[in-house]
Each structure stands twice: as C-alpha cells, then as structure tokens.
Design a protein around this ligand. Structure first.
Ligand code: SF4
Length: 375
C-alpha cells in the first residue's frame, strides 16, 4: 500500500480539494457534501521518517500521532492540502492548530483552518447539545464561504448514506476477521486505507474484501484476543500475532472499531445528525462523556466474543488511554481474561523484535493445551 503522502499526491493530481482532518472523528459527511475530500491525518507512523520540523514546535514527549501529523502539515501541507479541520480532543491536540498555523505563517504557507469545539460534558445536558448545534451551524456557514456553494440537504443526505455504508462494511469485514474467515492484519490495512482514500473508492475495496472472505479460514478455532489502543500495532506485529496462533476476535482500536461502530440515524439535518453522532459515539477516551460507558462496553464484548486475552497497545505519552488501564485490567482479570500491555513510541518502530517475543509468549500462554499453530 502506498504511504500517506503519496496517496495525497495522487488525490491532488485528480484535482480534489483536500481537507486534512484531526483527530479521528471529524464531520466527514458534512465536508464531503460540499464537494471536499476529507482525509484523516492519522496512522502515519510508518510513513513519516523524519520529525525534524515537528520537533522545532512540539516537545519530544508528545505522542507520535501528533508529531507525525505536525511534520506532514508543516513540511508538505501547503502542497498536499487545501485546508485543515480540527476539533478538540486531548491536551496534546488542544493548542495544535495555533502551533501549526504559526509554523505555516512563518513559512508563508498558511492554510484555511476550520475548528469545532465538542462539549466535554454529556450532550444529555440541553445547553451542551444546543452549543454543539450552534457550532455545526457556524461550520456550515464557514464551509459555504470557503467553497462558494450553499449547503444542500440533498447532498448532505447522500454523503450520510455513503459514510453509513462504509461504516457498515467495515463492521462486516471486522466480523469476518473475528470469525477466522479473513486475516485481521489485512482487515486493518484495508480499513485504515479509508483515512487517505475517497469514500467512493473505499466502499468497493471493502466490498471486494468481504466477498473474498467467504471461503477462507485463517483460524476460527484459535483463542480470541481483543486489541485496544489508539492505533493498531505495525502490520508486522499483527502478522506475528496471527502466525503465533491467536485470532483477533474483537478490537477497541480508536482508528478502527471506535471510528465505525456507531452510525447515527440518517437525516438531512446536520445539527441533529452530529448531536446523535457525538452523543452516542462508541466509547472513546478522546470523547470524554462517552468514556463513562467504556468499561461496561468492553466487558460486554469480551463476553459476547469469548475473548481470552486483551492486548493494550499504548501510544506512548497518551495519558487519556493510560488513565483507564488500571480499572480496565481489574475488570478483565475478574472476567478471566489475560492482559498484555505493550507501549509504542516513534523510536520503537525500528526495533520490533522485543514486541514479537512478548506477543509469542502471550500466545503460548493462551494456547496451552490447544492446537494453535498451523502444522
Ligand atoms: S488522544 Fe492520545 S494519541 Fe491521540 S493525539 Fe491525544 S495524546 Fe496523542
């Protein structure tokens, strides 16, 4: 698969207007309905080889996600992107727009920036819901000014329908992997490619993968594990996991399951749609009110999918994820689920053997008394 910058180059060559979005759950449908192509600037760990520019603006103890996206925006944003969109999530990202904009202005490469604030209190509170709706109204007006076209309910509904289809297909492909009919490493690669691909191209790619999953069996009887974290581990570790005899029965990865698990009811009203979207979002540490439901949700999935092991892939310096791990681990051990914690930073990408050993040891423990590996 092509790297992130090369994919953006291809899209620009097609004449698309690209909006680089972060973090993971932007209003994709709304941007799309204005004829824009949103790309989510996430999961670039394997594509960004130098952090020289980012390191001038961000402290080295910021997470790799923020450092990679900063490097891309500062070094090539002016040639690859037409605008940026950002909403608030964690403390690391909170002031990133100002930092990036300052770096771009200094180099004479300023980009239009759309921002939205998502309330950090439950949207059940009327004032919070009304505030969010107000932000959506403002964003619509800004997009009208940027594109020179009026908002269209009809186009919005079409975009909603496309993204709804994509989310459903992602769920189907994940299910095929959980049942051992498709490799989870391949499944993750195909789903993640959607962040750098127009939704119209991603849908057929998902459909053809689901069709090819029918007759394959890559280990439905193997012990099931659940993966959790902001990003999946590098592909080579996912392959190690599967080759060592484990099956990914479920995932709680922000760039995967948390992104496609919840689909709001289809409507042509963006205010209603996004209130539903953020209010009922699959629990994620970066959407604070949803995090209250997280432990219960994972307990339910662990039971439903007969999960034997839980692998947490910690993004180094991502406090939001780490805060929840002690409580999560306690619940999982009570459920009889073994837990493996891994931590990944930018530098670790060059030295993955220690992770492979730990995954293989975890697999041996879960596979005791079973025929896990291929003969
Ligand atoms: S949520 Fe975590 S991984 Fe994501 S940008 Fe914030 S600190 Fe980084």
């Amino acid at each position: 698969m092509k790297g992130f910058p090369a994919c953006l180059e291809d899209l620009k060559a097609q004449g698309r207007t690209l909006v680089g979005c972060f973090p993971l759950y932007p209003p994709l449908e709304l941007l799309h309905s204005f004829g824009l192509t949103p790309v989510v600037l996430w999961g670039m760990r394997e594509d960004i080889t130098s952090l020289a520019l980012s390191d001038r603006h961000l402290q080295p103890y910021a997470c790799g996600v923020a450092r990679c996206l900063s490097e891309l925006v500062i070094s090539r944003g002016h040639e690859l992107l037409d605008a940026l969109f950002m909403y608030n999530a964690c403390d690391t990202l909170r002031n990133l727009p100002e930092i990036l904009q300052a770096a771009l202005i200094r180099d004479g490469r300023e980009l239009p920036l759309f921002r939205m604030h998502i309330p950090a209190v439950p949207l059940e509170r009327p004032y919070a819901a009304s505030y969010l709706k107000d932000r959506i109204r403002l964003l619509v007006r800004e997009l009208e000014a940027f594109t020179g076209r009026p908002f269209s309910q009809e186009r919005f509904l079409k975009s909603v329908s496309l993204y709804s289809r994509r989310r459903r297909l992602c769920g189907e492909l994940e299910k095929a992997a959980a049942e051992g009919r498709f490799s989870f490493a391949d499944c993750a690669g195909i789903i993640l490619a959607g962040s750098r691909m127009p939704v119209e191209d991603h849908i057929p790619a998902l459909e053809s993968s689901i069709q090819s999953a029918g007759g394959r069996d890559v280990g439905g009887e193997r012990p099931g594990v659940m993966l959790s974290g902001i990003l999946p581990p590098p592909m080579i570790l996912l392959e190690t996991l599967e080759h060592s005899g484990l099956r990914v029965a479920a995932n709680d990865i922000a760039a995967l399951k948390r992104s496609y698990a919840y689909q709001p009811a289809e409507t042509d009203d963006p205010e209603t749609y996004y209130e539903d979207f953020y209010r009922n979002h699959y629990p994620c540490t970066t959407i604070l009110p949803s995090a209250d439901r997280r432990v219960d949700t994972i307990r339910r999935i662990v039971r439903e999918r007969d999960v034997k092991g839980f692998i947490f892939i910690g993004e180094k310096f991502c406090e939001y994820e780490y805060f929840e791990i002690p409580e999560m681990e306690k619940m999982l051990r009570n459920e009889g689920v073994q837990v493996l914690q891994l931590e990944m930073s930018m530098d670790d990408i060059l030295n993955l053997d220690a992770y492979r050993t730990r995954i293989e040891a975890f697999s041996e423990m879960l596979c005791q008394g079973r025929q896990c590996k291929e003969a």
